[in-house]
Structure formats: C-alpha cells, structure tokens
Design a protein around this ligand. Structure first.
Ligand SMILES: [Zn+2]
Length: 229
C-alpha cells in the first residue's frame, strides 16, 4: 500500500505487502523486501536494501547503499549513513545515528539517542578520515551512550546508559561510566552474572535468571573482576 502523499520513484523495487506511508520517499534503485514498512516522512535513498519485515519509523533516513537485514526496527528520527550494514533482528531506537564505517551485527540493541563517531580527529575543514567500528551479534548499547570509533563491541556485551566507550569490549562484558570500564559479565538474556567456576582455561558462569551457561577466558575473568581463581 502506497499512500498517495508518498513518493516512490521509478526503479524502486518493492516486495509484496510493502507499506509506504504519507510523505515518505523511496528513491530509485532502493529494494524493499516483503512487508517492509516505511513510516511517515521517512526517506530510503537509492540503492539501499531493506530486508523483509523491517519497519522504518517516522522521519528516519536510510542513505544510499545501506544494507538493513530482515525484521529490523529503525526508530523515529534514526539516521543510517551510506553503505552501513545492520544485521537482522536489530533494534535502533529513536534518534540513533549510525555513521559510515560502523557495522551493526544481528539482534543488536541500540538505545535511544546513542551515537557513534567515525573520525578520531574531526575538523570542519578537510576530508573525513573514517575509522571503523563493529558491534557484534546480540550486543546491547544503552540509551545516550557514545561509541568512539575504532572499537569492537563483542557479542552479547552490554554498554550501560550514558557510557562513553573508547576501548574494545570483549563478548559478554558489561561496561559502565565515562570512560567506560568493565564491571562484570552478562548472560545472553542480558541479566548480570555472578561468580564463576574454573573449568580448564575457562570460567563457567551460570545465569541466575535463565539458567544458561556462559564461558569466558580465565584471564578475562580475572581482569574484569580483579580476582584470581
Ligand atoms: Zn540469562
């Protein structure tokens, strides 16, 4: 369903059941999978590829060549820069900006107003020198956090609200504060994990909430919790 007040340019490819709401623009060469929703006044630029079932809400802007997976939620006012990749099942909450050089894995949560930078030495004059940032599958970034470019946020890691991340965050590690520091470990479900049991070179941590087990390297455990096993 295309609202008469929307603009879908010739050469845009729309799958079955795509909804384009009032004031939205879908430019030529954009490809929208089955059931994609483009909310009011959102813009999908040329060459962007949007996976089936993805919802792009009011005023969001997906730039040219961006690749967004299936069943992603692109919140109100979100900006996805050119050629950025966002994996399936991720959620970008309201007003998140994902700039060129940032790659978002699958099932990643990015809280409202969180932001990424993409140049370590920005100036208004001259060219950008993009440095890259990767957010691995299942990681969560709290509201209003800032991710300084050049870091890797590991799978299922968690960044607390308002934190400023300046270093890599290993998988399952919780970081808090400014600058962000490791404070513990979190489960796949996001719940904090308590003390672990040494098994060979790894430490086994059991989630008190969902019962799943998380394994982390012994050295990392000691480094984060500042305790020897
Ligand atoms: Zn759990």
């Amino acid at each position: 369903m295309i609202d008469p007040r929307a603009k879908v340019e010739e050469g845009a490819v729309l799958g079955e059941g795509v909804v384009v709401m009032e004031g939205a623009i879908v430019r030529r060469g954009a490809r929208l999978g089955m059931g994609v929703l483009v909310g009011p006044y959102a813009i999908v630029d040329s060459g962007a590829i949007i996976g089936a079932g993805t919802r792009i809400w009011h005023f969001a802007h997906v730039r040219e060549g961006a690749v967004i997976g299936e069943k992603v939620v692109v919140g109100k006012g979100v900006y996805v820069d050119h050629h950025v990749e966002v994996g399936e099942g991720s959620k970008l909450e309201n007003f998140v900006s994902v700039f060129h050089g940032v790659t978002i894995g699958r099932k990643v949560f990015v809280g409202p107003h969180a932001t990424f930078t993409n140049d370590l030495y920005p100036r208004a004059e001259g060219e950008w020198e993009t440095c890259e940032t990767v957010v691995e599958d299942g990681a969560s970034i709290g509201a209003n956090a800032t991710i300084v470019c050049g870091v890797r946020i590991g799978s299922y890691a968690m960044v607390g609200a308002g934190a400023v991340v300046t270093k890599d965050v290993p998988p399952h590690v919780l970081v808090l504060g400014v600058p962000a520091r490791p404070r513990g470990f979190v489960c796949y479900c996001g719940h904090p994990l308590g003390r672990g049991v040494l098994v060979g070179d790894e430490v086994l941590l059991k989630c008190p909430k969902c019962g799943r087990e998380v394994r982390v390297p012994k050295e990392l455990y000691s480094l984060v919790l500042k305790e020897e096993l």
